[in-house]
Structure formats: C-alpha cells, structure tokens
Ligand binder design. Structure first.
Ligand code: CAA
Length: 440
C-alpha cells in the first residue's frame, strides 16, 4: 500500500514578540524564572494589527504551495483547524481559499473545505481526516492542505495570559510523502470535560490547574488505547516524542507520566527497582488517596534517575525548542513540536530515515490522541527549507504599553478609544483589511 503522510510543512509566526522574563514578569511583579524555568517559556508570538487566523493560515499555505510548485488543481481538500474562529457558519478554510484564489491562476471550486473543532487536538484530527480521505481513494490523485491556525489569547490578568501565542502551520498531506508516513494505529482518551471552554466568547474560561490534570488523565488513557492496537510501546523504538505543548512545563509532566506508564512491567522498571523501588500498584493500598500519594512519591524519584533524564533529554527536550520562543499556538502546537524535533535531527546530522516519532496530541474538553509516524527518505530537504528562524529573528519586540494595544486590537468586541498603528510593514503577504475583505 502506498505510504500516506505529511509531505511538507510551513510555519507562520505572528510578527510581534512579547519577552516574558524582561517585559511581562516585571509588570506582574513575578520572578522571571517562573516563566523561563517554571512554565518554560521565553517569548510569545503575537499578531500585528493586520494579521489574524486567516492571514497567518493563508500566508503559510501560500508559501507551502509556492515552495512545492503546486497549483489549485493539485489540491483536492483544504481543512482548517482552529479554536479562534470568528464565524459560526462559514469555515475559515473558505476565507483562506478565497485569499489564495486571488494570487493563483485557477480556483479551489473542486476542493472539499471544512473546519475542525476540538480545541488543540483539532489540528491532528484534520490531518487524520486528510489521511483517511487519501487512504479511502477519494482524492483522485490530489493532495490535501491542512492548516492549523490560532490567536491563542486569554483575557488580560487570566493566569493563562503568560502562555499566549499566535501562529499557523500548513501541512501538505499526500501519497508518497517526503517528510513522515503516518501509521494507521491510533489511541484515544476522550471524555466530556469543562476545564477550558469558549461558549460564544472570544477568550477562554479556564480552570488552569484542573486543565493540567485533565491533560494527564486523557493522555494516560490514550497511551493505553494505543497499546491495545499497536502493542506495548518500547521507548527505544521512538527517536522523539512530540507532545501538545501549551507550555514546556506541561510537557515535563506529561512526559514523566508517559514514561512511568510505558516502563511498567518492563525490564526498565526492573532496572530501576534497586534504586527507587517498583511502581506502586493500586491493590497494594487501602484507598485511592494513599495509592495516589505513593505514585506522586514514585514519580518524584523517577524524574531524578539517570535513565529517565537521558530519555527526556534525547526524546522530549528537543521538541520544545520553538515552543519556548513562540508560546501556545493551540491547534498547531503539537505540529510545531514535531518541527522542533525534525530540526534537532537536522542540527545533529542524524541518520534519521526510518526512525519513528511518537506523537501525543491533546485538546481540552477533552481528548488525547497518540499515533506513530515514520521519517521518510527526503525529510532533510523539507526541514532545510523552513524559514522560521528568520521569522522569529525579525519579530518586532513589544514594550508593555504596545502589548496592551495589541491585545486590545485583537479583542473583537472592544470599543477602542484610540488608533493603533501597525508595528511592522507587510511584505507581499495577505493582510487583514476589514471584515469580509482579504487583500494581498
Ligand atoms: N522559579 C521557578 N519556577 C517557578 C517559580 C520561580 N520563581 N515560580 C513558579 N514556578 C513554577 C511553579 O512551581 C509551577 O511549576 P510546577 O507546576 O511544576 O510546580 C510553574 O512555575 C507555574 O507556576 P504556577 O502554577 O504558580 O502558575 P500559574 O498558576 O500562574 O499558572 C497555569 C499556570 C495554571 C498553567 C496557567 O498558565 C494557565 O491557566 N494556563 C492556561 C491553561 C493551560 O495551558 N493548561 C494546560 C493544560 S490544557 C491544554 O494543554 C490545552 C491548551 O492548549 C490550553
């Protein structure tokens, strides 16, 4: 069977930068290390006055099409994943296709378009939809473009404010892909939860601490479900494990949970037993509380072991490089983590073809998904083509007052009492010019 997967990726960052330790922390009266060490974030990307989810998505998709030499006729499907949609009826993919039609000969009349919503996991769900469409033979030789795009903003003063970000990832899903082949095996952990919601409101109502617990619970279920179809996960089989990254500190917790789960009843657990004992088993305790306390103690020990540190430093830490610089991009966050991993492999000049990634996606509300993907022969040229370093380098550095302006201008319902000028100049790109109109 022909391989199906991600052929190419483009990333588009918001063009502004908020420095967390030097600009945000002093305003909050916080120790800068709460952000750099605790949350694990250094900077956030923000959209300029003329950027939004449509322009960032369209700019990423255009670069993808141009770099791959694609015309609209080559694309049979455009799916957008977002949790920042401004339209409850018309999918963001139609707005983006409308932008693209302004600059290409031909149109996307033949292309199926849609919008996927399930918080941050929607980006991976849209990739799955495109994969299924191709595997079902409905693509008529065409590829799909999946765009994950978000302005991940929180209300001013919300604890989530430090984790904001804005950007888009466009992915070409195709047969015989250059980058990674997607495996057919998936595992899910899915449950009705109310820790993070946006019922007819722009900024989320979020119970941050609970949202972290929900992330971990759904992830554990997804790992179990994945193993029920793909067999026991062997850590040595995976070069990297990119997780959904709302902030790197969350991934530190998720990685530890995944490690504990995966080593249970294996020789890894036996190897560690002399040092930190075996994992607590629920039946060994009188009640759930005592068991959970014992698990916490075991995890505290586990994270200090050399075995765990080595795995984390090799397979997880390299997935966080971009996230530390851009913040949470919601639907594209796990796809940014994958790119960080691929860039790490490139930097280290790894012999990477045929290696496997264990990808852990998550969306509040809540659902986790685990799947594996295998690196393809032509991965290197795809990663070399990324221009994200240049974009990050060129971001405009916001002062605190400018950050307040940017937040205000992107708040849909806010009555602004002042004019806010753009901070950067558009350069041959799609810009937001007002509702209902998108011009280059
Ligand atoms: N030096 C080093 N570390 C420090 C520190 C210092 N001076 N001060 C604090 N820290 C550490 C804390 O110990 C903590 O780390 P641990 O959790 O490992 O103990 C970390 O920095 C954060 O500190 P707080 O817990 O005090 O931070 P907070 O309460 O202000 O906010 C948050 C944290 C609740 C996660 C908040 O950022 C939030 O609400 N975020 C939005 C929700 C979110 O991202 N949830 C993640 C799971 S849901 C999801 O993944 C979906 C999604 O994309 C939103």
């Amino acid at each position: 069977m022909t391989a199906v997967g991600i052929d190419a990726i483009e990333i588009r960052s918001g063009k502004l930068r908020l420095d967390l330790p030097n600009t945000f922390a002093p305003q909050k009266g916080d120790d800068p290390e709460k952000y750099t060490k605790g949350l694990g974030l250094t900077n956030s990307s923000f959209p300029d006055v003329y950027e939004d989810i449509v322009t960032m998505g369209a700019n990423a998709a255009k670069r993808l099409m141009d770099r791959k030499g694609l015309e609209p006729d080559d694309i049979g499907r455009i799916d957008v994943a977002t949790e920042s949609a401004f339209d409850h009826s018309k999918p963001v993919s139609t707005y983006i296709a409308g932008c693209l039609e302004k600059v290409y000969d031909g149109d996307f009349v033949h292309a199926n378009k849609g919008e996927r919503k399930f918080a941050c996991v929607a980006g991976t769900q849209a990739v799955d939809d495109a994969y299924n469409w191709i595997r079902a033979g409905r693509n008529r030789g065409r590829a799909a473009i999946v765009i994950a795009t978000d302005t991940a903003l929180y209300a001013r003063g919300d604890p989530g404010e430090a984790t904001q970000g804005a950007g888009a990832v466009a992915m070409l899903i195709a047969e015989d892909p250059n980058l990674v082949e997607l495996s057919n095996d998936q595992g899910y952990g899915s449950k009705d939860e109310t820790d993070f919601l946006k019922p007819n409101q722009q900024f989320p109502s979020v119970d941050g601490k609970r949202s972290m617990q929900v992330y971990l619970s759904r992830m554990r279920e997804a790992l179990e479900d994945y193993e029920s179809v793909a067999g026991k996960i062997e850590l040595d089989d995976f070069a990297y494990a990119p997780f959904h990254t709302p902030f790197p500190g969350m991934v530190r917790k998720a990685a530890l949970l995944a490690y504990r789960h995966v080593i249970r009843d294996t020789e890894y657990e036996d190897d560690l037993a002399g040092e930190i004992g075996r994992q607590p088993r629920e039946g060994e305790y009188d009640d759930r509380e005592a068991y959970e306390e014992a698990i916490r103690e075991y995890m505290d020990e586990l994270k200090t072991t050399e075995q765990y540190r080595t795995w984390y430093d090799d397979a997880v830490e390299p997935t966080l490089g971009l996230s530390r610089e851009v913040g949470n991009w919601y639907t594209s966050s796990v796809h940014v983590a994958r790119v960080s991993a691929l860039r790490d492999a490139l930097e280290r000049d790894r012999d990477f073809v045929g290696e496997t990634l264990l990808v852990a996606s998550y969306g509040s509300g809540a659902q986790a998904e685990i799947h594996a993907e295998t690196v393809r022969e032509r991965w290197r040229s795809e990663v070399e083509a990324l221009d994200i370093d240049d974009q990050l380098e060129r971001r405009y550095d916001l002062s605190w007052e400018e950050y307040e302006d940017v937040h205000d201008i992107h708040e849909y319902d806010k009555d602004l009492d002042r004019e806010i000028e753009e901070f950067t100049a558009p350069e041959g790109e799609f810009v937001f010019t007002g509702w209902g109109r998108m011009n280059e």
